[in-house]
Design a binder for this molecule. Structure first.
Ligand SMILES: [Zn+2]
Length: 239
């Protein structure tokens, strides 16, 4: 705890002077371009990994970066928290991009593969039900990258499954179809510090490096989105 308090003092003394004007401007409101959905894991640090500043990312985190899918009438079939974050980001903030970011060594994915890990943790066990589609996908279709351990194979497929879940919400699907919103899948490798992006045409996650950044289109091509999100047309927007 003392480390956290000293961290606040360090922030006040070292970083706040540089950011003071930005915070003052942000006190009037926020207009982030991106909803960033990722795991609660302490090793995934969005603002560090993306070099983003206050106001840049509207962030939603939970165990396993899961989004309970929508029913036909647009209501979450699970907890309302995730759907609320999606609705606020899409309808109020009008973000142009939603990123679902999974990661290596995810405890949630390990627990999906080994239900004994959640013995006695009834809420967690029920929550992880929302990763079952990914587990089914892994069992049926096999991994995207067979060199990865099983929990990482599941984690990569889970990114795609959660994008499917996002696309089950009418407000998301409609904005994607109109080219107002793009859905992106990323996967972070903790051991190397590398972020990877899903590339549909290659059916794999590819390293995000300088070459990727320079070759990537400004808006997403339909080929870079999971097939399930492409119904109704390609999306466009800031990439
Ligand atoms: Zn995780």
């Amino acid at each position: 705890m003392r480390d956290l308090i000293l961290g606040i003092v360090d922030f006040r003394e070292q970083h706040l002077p540089v950011l003071a004007e930005r915070f003052k401007a942000l006190s009037e409101g926020q207009s982030p371009d991106t909803l960033f959905i990722t795991c609660a894991d302490s090793r995934v640090v969005p603002n560090l990994l993306l070099s983003t500043d206050p106001g840049d990312l509207f962030t939603m985190r939970n165990v396993g970066n899961l989004i309970p899918p929508s029913s036909a009438d647009g209501i979450s079939t699970g907890d309302l928290s995730e759907a609320s974050a999606v609705e606020y980001a899409v309808s109020v903030l009008k973000v142009r991009t939603i990123v679902v970011c999974g990661h290596s060594g995810c405890g949630a994915m390990k627990a999906v593969l080994d239900p004994d890990m959640t013995a006695g943790a009834h809420n967690l066990a029920r929550w992880l039900y929302h990763a079952d589609a990914a587990a089914f996908r892994l069992a049926q279709d096999g991994p995207l990258d067979a060199a990865r351990p099983p929990h990482d194979q599941l984690s990569q497929l889970n990114v795609l499954s959660q994008i499917d879940h996002l696309a089950s919400y009418p407000i998301v699907r409609e904005r994607v179809a109109k080219g107002l919103l793009q859905l992106i899948g990323w996967w972070f490798d903790i051991a190397t510090g590398d972020m990877h992006a899903w590339r549909e045409r290659d059916r794999r996650f590819v390293l995000i490096d300088r070459a990727f950044a320079e070759s990537a289109p400004i808006g997403p091509s339909a080929a870079d989105l999971p097939a399930s999100t492409r119904t109704g047309g390609a999306s466009s927007g800031k990439g």
